[in-house]
Design a protein around this ligand. Structure first.
Ligand code: UGA
Length: 435
């Protein structure tokens, strides 16, 4: 199969490299010249474990290439995937579809022979129909189908998620397109991965429903954590106790500072807006969005409270800045809400993150960035764990204690045990667990 992938962001690059690894001939196209030049030189513009090696292997095998020129790769392609960004539109929270529609127009101009045009970007219900109209308008003679094939991969685990997914969702309106999509996913199909065929609108909605449901699960357990704190219960045990019920499931029940990232905040908001437009408001998701926004801000209050009500003249060490571990992505990261509040309350903030500091520098003012976790702690009055990078799980606690001015830890990801920290002499605060 010959595949053209438009967009070399997270989804495009990972999908392109994985499809090449399945044995297809893949060209990844992007308009950003410097990105394409970097990729051709073997440089990966995003931080994703395993991706550099996967790209290198497939480029070497001649199955994967990078191009600025859509017109050169598209006429030969069996399928053209649209994997461009769909950011939140400023002001109203709708998904901005201008890049998707532009790509559709450009594909239409150069396509040749039967082509399946696949939207892999996260797009609101109805986008596939609009893409179809754009192509028909631009090229009335074109022989094509428009398919929705949302992606469910997580940053930091993207390759594994792509190659061993729980399911693949394909929204296709005709058998010709279904057959071609089954062929593209043949290695997974043979592996007995469920391939869920639906109509296009259903497939488009599945993506938003999945992300909104996961965001709801997180928000639910975060509220339970708040209640646990009031009544002396332990949220991790509540999560385990309910999660073992197969109807609930144990995943995405880790209480923390609120969800962030490039997907949940944007997609929940877009779903709220779509539902409002169709006069079928999703009150649960509206509540989730509001609760999560407020929660990220509230986390700073916890730190201030743990520090005795004032941060004036105090130094706070921050471990972890990215929205989750194994990524350099700072989009909607809780640290972006928490740190400015700490600074407003008078704190001097010293921070370390294994991958996010470069990105963070443009987003957070007056933070002192250092080279390692222990460097944040020098004479610090408190340490706050915002992201659960593995390297923060195994700190030498004695060294942490002796480096700090006061042994005070606010662990917003529950990576340490309250009993062990108390024994080590720490004033230890976590989320939803008795100290
Ligand atoms: C999410 C979904 O998990 C993917 O299935 C989806 O494909 C992707 O969005 C997307 O739409 O592109 P991602 O944003 O990479 O993936 O990250 P997650 O691992 O889902 O984490 C999102 C946020 O939720 C993070 O801030 C994380 O810390 C938080 N989270 C997650 C919790 O607070 N508790 C949990 O139990 C799980």
């Amino acid at each position: 199969m010959r595949v053209t992938m438009i967009g070399t962001g997270y989804v495009g690059l990972v999908s392109g490299a994985c499809f090449a690894d399945f044995g297809h001939e893949v060209v990844c196209v992007d308009k950003d010249r410097s990105k394409i030049e970097k990729l051709r030189a073997g440089e990966i513009p995003i931080y994703e474990p395993g991706l550099e090696a996967l790209v290198a292997e497939n480029v070497k095998a001649g199955r994967l290439s990078f191009s600025l020129d859509l017109a050169a790769s598209t006429p030969n392609a069996d399928a053209v995937f649209i994997a461009v960004g769909t950011p939140s539109r400023r002001g109203d929270g709708f998904a901005d579809l201008s890049y998707v529609y532009k790509a559709a127009e450009e594909i239409a101009e150069v396509m040749d022979g039967y082509t399946v045009v696949v939207t892999k970007s996260t797009v609101p219900v109805g986008t596939g129909t609009e893409v179809e109209s754009i192509i028909k308008r631009t090229r009335p003679d074109a022989d094509f189908s428009v398919v929705s094939n949302p992606e469910f991969l997580r940053e930091g685990a993207a390759i594994m998620d792509f190659k061993r997914p729980d399911r693949v969702v394909v929204g296709a309106e005709d058998d010709r397109a279904k057959k071609l999509m089954r062929e593209i996913y043949r290695p997974l199909y043979l592996n007995e991965t469920p391939i869920v065929f639906t109509n296009r609108a259903t497939s488009e909605l599945i993506k938003y429903a999945a992300n909104a449901f996961l965001a709801t699960k997180i928000t639910f357990i975060n509220e339970m954590a708040d209640l646990c704190e009031k009544v002396g219960a332990n949220v991790q045990e509540v999560a385990r106790g309910i999660g073992l019920d197969g109807r609930i499931g144990g995943k995405f029940l880790h209480a923390g500072p609120g969800y962030g990232g490039s997907c949940f905040p944007k997609d929940t908001l877009a779903l709220v807006r779509t539902a409002q437009v169709h006069n079928a408001p999703t009150q649960i998701i509206e509540a989730v969005v509001a609760i999560n926004d407020a929660r990220k801000k509230k986390m700073a209050e916890r730190v201030i409270e743990a520090c005795g009500g004032s941060l004036v003249g105090k130094t706070v060490a921050v471990l972890g800045l990215t929205f989750k571990p194994n990524t350099d992505d700072m989009r909607d990261a809780p640290s972006l809400d928490i740190i400015p509040e700490l600074q407003k309350a008078g704190a001097k903030v010293r921070a370390f993150d294994p991958a996010g500091m470069h990105e963070a520098q443009g987003l957070l003012q007056d933070v002192q960035y250092v080279d390692g976790p222990y460097d944040t702690l020098d004479d610090a009055d408190a340490v706050v764990i915002i992201t659960e990078w593995d390297e923060f799980r195994a700190l030498d606690i004695e060294r942490v204690k002796s480096t700090m001015k006061t042994p005070l830890m606010i662990d917003l990801r529950n990576i340490y045990r309250p009993d062990e920290m108390a024994e080590a002499g720490f004033d230890y605060h976590s989320i939803g667990r008795p100290s």
